[in-house]
Structure formats: C-alpha cells, structure tokens
Design a protein around this ligand. Structure first.
Ligand SMILES: [Mg+2]
Length: 394
C-alpha cells in the first residue's frame, strides 16, 4: 500500500484534479420519441473525463446538451481544480453546496453527476476496487437488462422488438411514440397487444407513455383506464403515466392501479425524491445517475427507497458510462433485479473496447474490476464528438 509523506494518517496520498473535460456527443443520438425530435446536430448526451496529477483518469456521463456541460464546467472549475479526486462524496457535495444560486437541479446538477461518476471511477482505480465494492459490497454478479424501445403503430411492433429478442433480451420496455397521444384507447390497446404477441408470454414487458414529453395531453382518468388495460397483457410496470409534477395524481394512481407505478427519471437531487417516497407515489423509483447528482446522490436515494419499501431500477442508460455506473449501483443494494438498456444506441454499443454482451440467460455480468470496470474505445468516442483529443489527453 502507498503511504504519504505529507500526512501519516492518510493511507493514500491525494490525487489532485488537474482538469475536467467534456465530450459532447453528436450525430447518432437515438430517437427520443419527443414531440420535438432529436436531430443529428443536437447534443443531448456528453461524456466527462476527470484528469488527475497521478495519471489516473476517471470517466462519467451526463444526460444533457454537451455544450451546456462545457459551460457548467467553466462555472465549477474554481471549486474542483486541485481537489482530492479520492473523495467523491465530499467533492461532489462541495460542488452542490456552492452552486445553490446557479441553477441547482438543472444543468449544473447534471454536470456534477458526470463528475461524481468519474470521481468514483478514480477512487476505484486508485484502490483496485470496483465501485460496487466501494459502495459497500456486491449483492449480485449479474443483472437482467431490459431493452428500451420506442413504440410504433401496432403493425410495426413485431419488427421493433424482433432483433432485440433475437439478441437475447428477456425483458422489454416500450414507450413514447403514439401511445396515449391520439385519444384512441383502441389504438393504445392494439399497440400493447401486438407487442405482447411479438414477445410471447414469458418475456417481461413494461410500458412508458413518456408523460414528461412536452404538452402531454392525458390526465388521471386516462392513466387509471390504461392501467386496467395493461394488466390484461401482464405488464410489469406503468412508467411516467402522468405529468412529472402531478404528485397527488401519482399517489391516487398507485393506490388504484393493478400494475405497479414507476417514475422519477426527471427528478434531480436527493431532496426532490423525499415527498414522492413519503407520500407513496411510486412502486418503483427510477433515478437517473447521469442527472440526479451522480453515484453519491443516487446511493442515498436508493437507500431511502429501500426504507420506504419502494423498488429501485436505474435509468442511467444514456451512454455506456451511464450503463456502467448503473451496473455498479445494481450490485450495491439488495433486491435490484433490472437495469435499463436502450436498444440501438451507438453511444452505448459503440464506445467501449469490450461492448456489453448478454449471457445465455439474457443477463449482463457486472464488472468487478477497478472503478467502473469498463474501458472506453478512443476511436469509437472520436466518431461522435468533434474533438476527442483533450478528452483523452492524460
Ligand atoms: Mg422513461
């Protein structure tokens, strides 16, 4: 073990943050199903690299426009430069506490999420431990990824799911698209019926209308009726069935719905989750580690959820680094059985030296190597960001 000459009580000498670089991703963001659909020239995902004076670099991921992330890094720079990268929770909390007046909960919080993920990666690399181990231990060695796909009209749903069923996925979520957007309950049912028919009876199916889309047209009555319909197709949860601030209606829906109610992907900061857990709004909570404040924040939310008897399923699918963080979080708590995995994103499938591969049971192994346990492919990253050189410059 290394010892420090500066402070005999510190087992590892500090690893100082030298710079933090964002790589905004462009060109092949998967369709969002949003009313204002994502274009190739839009950036909605970014990677983060935290470079240190010890030659260790940690990587993280942010779900927001990479150009906003770059601007946020300029604001945060005086707070992180020279900080000890081996202290993720303290450094992250410092960033949160000192940006209270600068738009907490928004882009700054999203950016801090990526920094925090990268700091945990560095702590793991410096100690030789996986992030899951650092969070307290590994409950599982593999987890079931559910494949997230956009809904289409009923006659298209077979083709939408077939390639991913062939790839070995045993659980699916379909969402957004026409579901709930046409005031046609018959169409909604037909989409779900076609999906269940394509998947067969033994595959898990979840449904996400995506009510955090702009100008979501439906309300509580639609959600209650739809929940009854979904039960006919053995749907495992109903996600974001109401506008993301409709706390009272979520509580009502959860009490009445025959299928579990999921949500929380647009909430940021641990404090925002308290009323939703206290009031009993969710059966399943889905914080996004690339927005919520990072691993440090998500860890606290998941333990809170555990104490309220609410299931946790991570939403950090935005890039391979988000998935890698979710895998480490999946093993660090009891009872986690699923992780979200978006179908067909080059930002997930195309930026790792060893891409994620399902095993014969449709499960993903959870890396037990130092840090996040994955390795970026610089050539892959360079395909989707204008200037990858400073991102990888040690
Ligand atoms: Mg969703």
């Amino acid at each position: 073990m290394l010892t420090t000459g500066h402070n005999p009580s510190t087992a590892l000498p500090p690893v100082r943050i030298r710079s933090i670089v964002a790589a905004p991703l462009f060109g092949e963001s998967p369709k969002g199903g949003w009313s204002a659909e994502i274009r190739p020239e839009d950036s909605i995902h970014a990677l983060i690299a935290v470079h240190t004076d010890a030659g260790i670099t940690g990587y993280g991921s942010v779900f927001t426009d990479g150009r906003l992330v770059q601007a946020a890094l300029k604001v945060l720079e005086p707070l992180f430069l020279g900080e000890n990268a081996l202290q993720p929770e303290r450094v992250t909390e410092k960033l949160h506490q000192n940006t209270f007046w600068m738009g907490r909960g928004g882009t700054l919080t999203h950016t801090i999420s990526g920094i925090d993920i990268a700091l945990w990666d560095i702590l793991g690399k410096a100690t030789g431990l996986s992030v899951g181990s650092l969070l307290g231990g590994r409950y599982i060695e593999r987890v079931r990824p559910y494949c997230s796909l956009l809904m289409e009209m009923p006659d298209r749903m077979h083709d939408v799911v077939a390639p991913y069923k062939a790839r070995g996925f045993k659980a699916f979520k379909v969402g957004w698209g026409p579901f709930g957007r046409t005031n046609d309950a018959g169409l909604d049912r037909a989409i779900i019926a076609a999906t269940r028919d394509a998947l067969g009876p033994d595959v898990q199916l979840f449904v996400d209308p995506g009510a955090s889309d702009a100008h979501w047209p439906q309300g509580l009555k639609w959600a209650l009726r739809s929940a009854e319909m979904l039960a006919d197709y053995q749907v495992g949860w109903f996600e974001e069935a109401l506008k993301p601030d409709a706390l009272e209606d979520f509580c009502t829906l959860r009490r009445a719905s025959p299928v579990p109610i999921a949500g929380g992907e647009v909430l940021t900061r641990r404090q925002s989750f308290l009323p939703w857990l206290e009031r009993g709004a969710f059966d399943i909570v889905q914080p996004d580690v690339t927005k919520v404040g990072g691993i440090s924040e998500q860890r606290r939310i998941v333990w809170m959820a555990q104490d309220y008897g609410v299931r946790y399923v991570g939403h950090g699918w935005n890039t391979a680094l988000g998935v890698a963080a979710d895998l480490q979080l999946a093993t660090a708590f009891p009872g986690v059985d699923l992780v979200e995995f978006i179908g067909g994103s080059p930002y997930v499938d195309g930026i790792l030296r060893e891409p994620f591969v399902l095993d014969a049971d449709g499960m993903l192994p959870i890396p037990n190597k130092p840090g996040l346990g994955i390795e970026l492919d610089p050539a892959g990253v360079a395909r989707y960001t204008p200037d990858a050189e400073p991102f990888f410059a040690a």
